[in-house]
Design a protein around this ligand. Structure first.
Ligand SMILES: *[C@@H]1O[C@H](CO)[C@@H](O)[C@H](O)[C@H]1NC(C)=O
Ligand SMILES: *[C@@H]1O[C@H](CO)[C@@H](O)[C@H](O)[C@H]1NC(C)=O
Ligand SMILES: *[C@@H]1O[C@H](CO)[C@@H](O)[C@H](O)[C@H]1NC(C)=O
Ligand SMILES: *[C@@H]1O[C@H](CO)[C@@H](O)[C@H](O)[C@H]1NC(C)=O
Length: 459
């Protein structure tokens, strides 16, 4: 199941597949194995697949001189790499037709366009791809290695929760297999709990639908940037490269970007990619980030708030594990949730992660070159958030129960600063207090109602 390192396969594929463009494009293809494809970025293009992972490396932490051992982990994973959706499949077919009509047949790109047919089938749309299966299997193994002590002999106390979509359910199956292969346990099929209330809350929140999703103002900054100077320049350069007078629209450029992303990750090569250079990718990445930011994250407060069924559940499971652990009872040691970009982005916002000092806007592309909210990095395929809870040694000089349990946050397997206490390891109590509105005052119906003023508007 383990897949070969991408760079290696890439260099091979360059030898095997001749390129239609000049030879210095070889380096362009290599440079594509980079996190620039926004939410269409494969996980192991951002995170090192060959990283050495020490067994049990996350099972113990030190906190104020005490040693603390992990008792519970809760995670949310976005599904693995998937196939393109119908929308983009239709768009790229239109772009090809337009170019065939516009281009001079003697142009060097013409033979490729004439030959090109979409390599992906409509019936596969948005299904988990083989690459996505590999990502999830590897992640299962990696979580198993890092937290082996927690799961060994206790795999029946791990829960798997998924949204109802094929790509999330299939991700859970692969992840489970990787986890079992790493920590041992019966090779029984995963017992999957389907829960769209917690994992597709965006489908159930009327207020979100009307004030954000279907609100034309939501995409104001996105549209401004789409029609702004940066995108115009990309369009001009690409049209020039194609040798056409007609300048492509921003939508057409984005279609080429999307098709390039899917072809290069699933076929290891894509002639569409040769039309774009790194600067172009950065601009289109920002365009797509504007949409993610305004539609799925910090753009509107309701977006973070509506994730409270998930936030509440994640923390209540921690409360339960702590309580049972106190009593010396057997308890759930892990919950793995499988959701979507629409799940993880609102969760980040609810936890106040990756919140830039300035909103992402059409006129601050330069300012945001090193932004925190970079979807290629924080929401690639298989993006994952985890919180791990540790029980500390009792300290004879400090009877404060509140310091007995500490928590760590991880994004894509790396520890991140917890805003509640501005450090990597925080007392559980203080973190829970910080988010208590989202845990103890989650009135989803009121919050999402468009009928009357919400009774708990300040959640
Ligand atoms: C649409 O969004 C804008 C802000 O982006 C907000 O001011 C406005 O109230 C929203 N419209 C509706 C109908 O909710
Ligand atoms: C692309 O590379 C992957 C490994 O990363 C490999 O499994 C796959 O077969 C390759 N595909 C093609 C079409 O060469
Ligand atoms: C949204 O939430 C932020 C942070 O909690 C707050 O500062 C801001 O006033 C809220 N905006 C609106 C329109 O309620
Ligand atoms: C995000 O950061 C901005 C600027 O620092 C701040 O005003 C806003 O309240 C923050 N939003 C949340 C939800 O914490």
């Amino acid at each position: 199941m383990a897949s070969t390192p991408f760079l290696f396969v890439f260099s091979l594929s360059i030898l095997i597949f001749p390129c239609v463009f000049s030879s210095d494009d070889v380096n362009d293809v290599k440079s594509l194995v980079k996190p620039v494809f926004s939410t269409k970025t494969p996980y192991f293009w951002v995170n090192d697949e060959n990283e050495e992972i020490e067994e049990d490396e996350e099972t113990v932490v030190d906190f104020e001189g005490k040693s603390c051992q992990v008792i519970f982990i809760s995670t949310l994973l976005r599904h693995g790499a998937r196939y393109s959706g119908l929308k983009w499949m239709k768009k790229i077919t239109d772009v090809r037709e337009l170019l065939i009509k516009t281009l001079d047949p003697s142009s060097e790109i013409y033979p490729f366009l004439e030959k090109w047919a979409n390599p992906f089938q409509e019936k596969e749309e948005k299904q988990l791809s083989e690459l996505g299966e590999d990502e999830q299997y590897e992640l299962g193994k990696r979580f198993g290695e890092r937290f082996k002590l927690l799961f060994s002999n206790d795999i029946e106390n791990v829960k798997f929760v998924s949204s109802s979509k094929q790509r999330t359910k299939a991700s859970a199956v692969e992840f489970h297999e990787g986890l079992i292969d790493s920590v041992g346990g019966d090779e029984t099929p995963v017992n999957l709990i389907i829960d769209d209330i917690k994992l597709r809350f965006h489908d159930n929140c009327n207020k979100y639908t009307t004030t954000v999703d279907k609100n034309v103002s939501t995409l104001v900054e996105y549209k401004k940037f789409k029609n702004g100077p940066e995108m115009a320049n990309v369009a001009k350069e690409i049209s020039k490269k194609l040798g056409i007078d007609k300048v492509l629209t921003a939508d057409e450029i984005n279609s080429i970007f999307q098709q390039c992303a899917f072809e290069v990750q699933l076929l290891n090569t894509s002639d569409w990619c040769h039309l774009l250079n790194e600067d172009h990718f950065r601009v289109i990445e920002y365009l797509n980030d504007l949409k993610q930011y305004w539609k799925k994250a910090y753009g509107h407060n309701i977006t973070a708030k509506m994730s409270c069924p998930l936030v509440r559940h994640m923390f209540k499971e921690v409360d339960k594990a702590i309580h049972m652990s106190d009593e010396g009872d057997d308890h759930t040691v892990g919950v793995f949730h499988f959701g979507h970009a629409e799940t993880i982005a609102p969760l980040y916002a609810a936890l106040e992660l990756f919140n830039d000092s300035q909103p992402l806007k059409a006129n601050n592309f330069e300012f945001h070159k090193d932004r925190l909210f970079k979807s290629s990095k924080i929401m690639p395929f298989s993006a994952n958030f985890a919180m791990a809870v540790y029980e500390c040694d009792e300290d004879p000089d400090n009877n404060d129960e509140n310091d007995l349990y500490v928590i760590k946050f991880f994004v894509n397997e790396k520890q991140v600063i917890i805003p509640a206490c501005d450090s990597f390891v925080c007392p559980y109590k203080s973190v829970r207090d910080y988010y208590s509105d989202k845990i103890d005052k989650c009135h989803f119906e009121d919050l999402c109602s468009t009928e009357k003023p919400a009774a708990h508007d300040e959640l």
